[in-house]
Design a protein around this ligand. Structure first.
Ligand code: ADP
Length: 322
């Protein structure tokens, strides 16, 4: 990751140099006006535009890398803290077991409570460790079961969701999807953090995580019927609208998203949050992950009612057969 970043930085510097040179050449060309320089001018202009575009692309990639590096650093820190907590926790639960094994019964209830609390703590630390170890995103997609993955992610997430009425509705039977566990977790985590942010100022805070299957056309029709705006993160072919897809969704009853913002949601650096809170990269990263998995993200929202983001995944069978 670091060497990738270094290489990107070097390329950016070289591009900036080249940009400066082309600007100088442009100015020179402009000051001596004749037919020949007119041609050079057009060429330079074109090259200059290409360079600017490449620079913008590079900047986006660099920001994404910095972001995932930061995530991985957070993962490492969480793992280190959990290790520190684990030792005293083991001692504590050992001592409680010892006391429980002795014959004096007057503190039995209290001790049982302590044992239950240490058991919960131990489970939480295990979840955090499992989550933190997935810090590197390997790019390999394969056939996997969505529900257990979502359940595992929620085990980690639920204790952090304060003052939110949280519900899940996982489809009892789902075909395998084409995906990568760490990447799906990253998208769902981003969507849940965004939903929690959107709910911050709301008197009633409801968040629903669900999975299901159906066609995009069916979902679009349902959303239109209830008057919600919809947008896709990535272009969709007409034929794809009628194929079955599996969804992992995050819905909230927050303030919703105004029509003026719906088109920009997945752009890098688009944020309506304060500078200390939002980077505007979350949904841009979700979009490139969805692209990597040959999936999509469908957002539906209505101001004053709420928002639902659906991660759209392909059925593993469909891709294997193709
Ligand atoms: P960030 O969270 O850093 O702002 P994102 O790319 O994740 O960046 O989100 C971009 C913007 O999309 C947010 O600033 C917010 O305006 C809007 N948004 C995302 N999710 C929701 C949601 N559930 N409800 C309302 N607005 C949302």
């Amino acid at each position: 990751m670091r060497t990738e970043l270094e290489a990107l930085k070097a390329e950016r510097l070289a591009l900036l140099d080249e940009l400066e040179t082309t600007y100088k050449q442009l100015e020179e060309a402009l000051s001596t006006k004749n037919y020949e320089t007119e041609i050079t001018y057009q060429e330079l202009r074109k090259r200059n535009q290409e360079l600017q575009q490449r620079l913008a692309e590079l900047q986006e990639t660099q920001h994404m890398l910095v972001h995932s590096e930061r995530l991985s650093a957070m993962g490492q820190m969480a793992a280190a803290i959990v290790h520190e907590i684990n030792n005293p926790l083991t001692v504590l639960s050992g001592r409680v077991q010892m006391l429980l094994a002795r014959e004096r019964l007057e503190y039995r209830d209290e001790l049982m409570h302590i044992r239950e609390a240490t058991r919960k703590l131990a489970e939480m630390t295990r979840n955090i460790l499992r989550f933190a170890r997935r810090k590197r995103l390997d790019q390999v997609a394969l056939a996997l079961d969505l529900n257990p993955l979502i359940e595992e992610m929620l085990n980690f997430f639920l204790p952090l969701m304060k003052k939110i009425e949280f519900r899940t509705d996982l489809a009892p039977v789902l075909p395998q999807v084409w995906g990568n566990a760490a990447q799906i977790e990253q998208v769902m985590t981003n969507l849940m953090v965004n939903a929690a942010d959107a709910l911050e100022e709301q008197p009633e805070r409801g968040l629903l995580v669900s999975t299901g299957m159906g066609s995009l056309a069916g979902i679009l029709a349902t959303e239109q019927k209830r008057g919600w705006e919809t947008r896709f993160a990535l272009p969709v072919q007409e034929g794809d609208l009628h194929r079955d897809r599996v969804f992992a969704s995050v819905a909230d009853n927050g303030p919703g998203i105004g029509a003026e913002n719906m088109d920009q949601l997945f752009e890098a650096f688009f944020t309506t949050k304060g500078a200390d809170k939002g980077t505007g990269l979350g949904l841009a990263i979700c979009r490139s992950i969805a692209e990597n998995l040959q999936g999509n993200i469908l957002v539906a929202s209505k101001v004053g009612e709420g928002t639902i983001f659906r991660l759209v995944l392909q059925l593993a069978d469909d891709l294997v057969r193709r």
